[in-house]
Design a binder for this molecule. Structure first.
Ligand SMILES: Cc1cc2nc3c(=O)[nH]c(=O)nc-3n(C[C@H](O)[C@H](O)[C@H](O)COP(=O)(O)OP(=O)(O)OC[C@H]3O[C@@H](n4cnc5c(N)ncnc54)[C@H](O)[C@@H]3O)c2cc1C
Length: 398
């Protein structure tokens, strides 16, 4: 197994770097660098920039407007985009729904739904979780009853990320209440402008409304919006989750966060010396760096296997657990590094509407909200406890 990048891959990295320098607006780069919140328009602009270059749908086949990058190219993109402080690509349509449509959707559905994802006309969100159906997702109760050429949907989804911006939602719904839990679920595409859909924001501990509740009250959905076969949705849902999890390791994000942390620790005085010379702090930073190096190697091992056509196995659970713990520790260390300056909550600054200089170092205002926000990483995409059970069973044979 060769874990070094080839000359072609390094040339690709250089091309990406040049593109990012030329095309990423200074204002957006600065917002991302300082942990400020992006507007919907800023996220859409970045999508449009990438789409114009043919790089937005990096995992799609070329015939559908994708870049058809392999796993290593996608990893290089993530590293370079994070290094340049580019906005993250909103994954729901591009990286979650699209693979399901390629694998299980009809050609008509691909022709209908893929172009508006690229153009930004459709913003998708994920309607899996419900109150009472998170880790135990198969217990979901949102009901879809067939009436002629429509399904009539009633129920509730929750924790719907960026649902406030979305106009479409892919949902798991129960179509056969009498079948075994996993066998009565279908995968339905719902236009959120349909009468009976209500979105309510949930404000999280970091003060932002990133997630939502979505209610369905007699929502009529045309049958042609069913993906694949009725009652086979669990298979499609699991397929989608493997794509969700491989996005979660976040090596590029951790690399960028470690660079920021090192910079802050070198320029913050504590007890008469730079913080990075404090033995306790230095030991925690060193541990993060060691863990990150180990994770990068595991990630490359997985990419190397993927390049040879092998499906990701239990490594994706390992990367999810390790990657999310690392990002949480990095946010905890940054919050510690800026100390009491992390305490004021400055929503106007975080939303980018206030140009006044905050107290303390430039990374201080976002440090606490980021720390709190990062708690989510070990919960979503399959909680870390559940991933550990998978590792215990599959890798350790327990
Ligand atoms: C910020 C955020 C964004 C999200 N975005 C979305 C989204 O866009 N769309 C969507 O559909 N969902 C989304 N989710 C929901 C997410 O997938 C669920 O929160 C997650 O699956 C956990 O489910 P739960 O919250 O119901 O917790 P529960 O499943 O009730 O778990 C509670 C605790 O019990 C533990 N636990 C549960 N079962 C086991 C077990 N078998 N063994 C050991 N421990 C266990 C869990 O690890 C957890 O610590 C999001 C969640 C968050 C926090």
């Amino acid at each position: 197994m060769d874990l070094a990048y080839t000359p072609e891959q390094e040339a690709f990295r250089a091309e990406l770097r040049g593109f990012l320098v030329e095309n990423l607006s200074g204002q957006v780069r600065e917002k991302v660098r300082l942990g400020k919140r992006l507007t919907k328009a800023e996220m859409q602009d970045w999508h449009a920039t990438l789409n114009a270059r043919g790089w937005l749908a990096m995992n799609w086949p070329r015939e559908y407007g994708g870049a058809e990058w392999d796993a290593v190219q996608r990893q290089i993109f993530e590293e370079e985009a994070c290094r340049a402080h580019a906005p993250r690509i909103v994954p729901f349509g591009l990286k979650m729904l699209a693979p399901v449509l390629f694998e299980f959707g009809s050609e008509e559905q691909r022709q209908r739904f893929l172009p508006p994802i690229l153009s930004g006309e459709h913003w998708w969100c994920q309607g899996y979780s419900e109150p009472g159906a998170g880790s135990d997702l198969a217990s979901l109760r949102t009901r879809a009853v067939r009436e002629g050429n429509h399904y009539v949907v009633n129920g509730q989804k929750t924790w719907t990320t960026l649902g406030q911006y979305a106009n479409w939602i892919f949902c798991l719904v129960r179509t056969d209440p009498d079948a075994k839990k996993q066998e009565g679920i279908s995968f339905l595409l719902i236009d959120m402008d349909t009468p009976g859909v209500t979105v309510r924001p949930i404000v999280l501990i970091d003060g932002a409304a990133e997630v939502n509740e979505v209610f369905f009250d007699n929502v009529r959905v045309p049958v042609e919006n069913l993906v694949g076969e009725e009652n086979r949705g669990w298979t499609y849902a699991k397929y989608l989750l493997t794509h969700e999890r491989t996005n979660i390791a976040g090596v590029g994000f951790s690399d960028a966060a470690l660079a920021t942390l090192k910079h802050v620790a070198a320029h913050t005085m504590a007890g008469g010396r730079p913080l990075h010379q404090n033995p306790h702090f230095a030991a925690r930073m060193a541990q993060v760096e060691i863990d990150l190096m180990a994770m990068r190697t595991t990630n490359l091992r997985m990419l190397s296997a993927a390049a040879k056509g092998q499906a990701p196995g239990v490594e994706s659970s390992m990367l999810k657990v390790k990657g999310t713990l690392l990002r949480q520790e990095l946010s905890a260390l940054l919050r510690r590094a800026v100390g009491p300056d992390a305490m004021p909550y400055l929503p106007d600054f975080l939303d980018g509407g206030d140009n006044a200089d905050p107290l303390g170092p430039e990374h201080a205002p976002a440090a606490a909200p980021e720390y709190f926000n990062m708690r989510k990483l070990s919960i979503f995409g399959g909680s870390n406890e559940v991933q550990r059970t998978i590792i215990a069973k599959s890798a350790l044979g327990l």
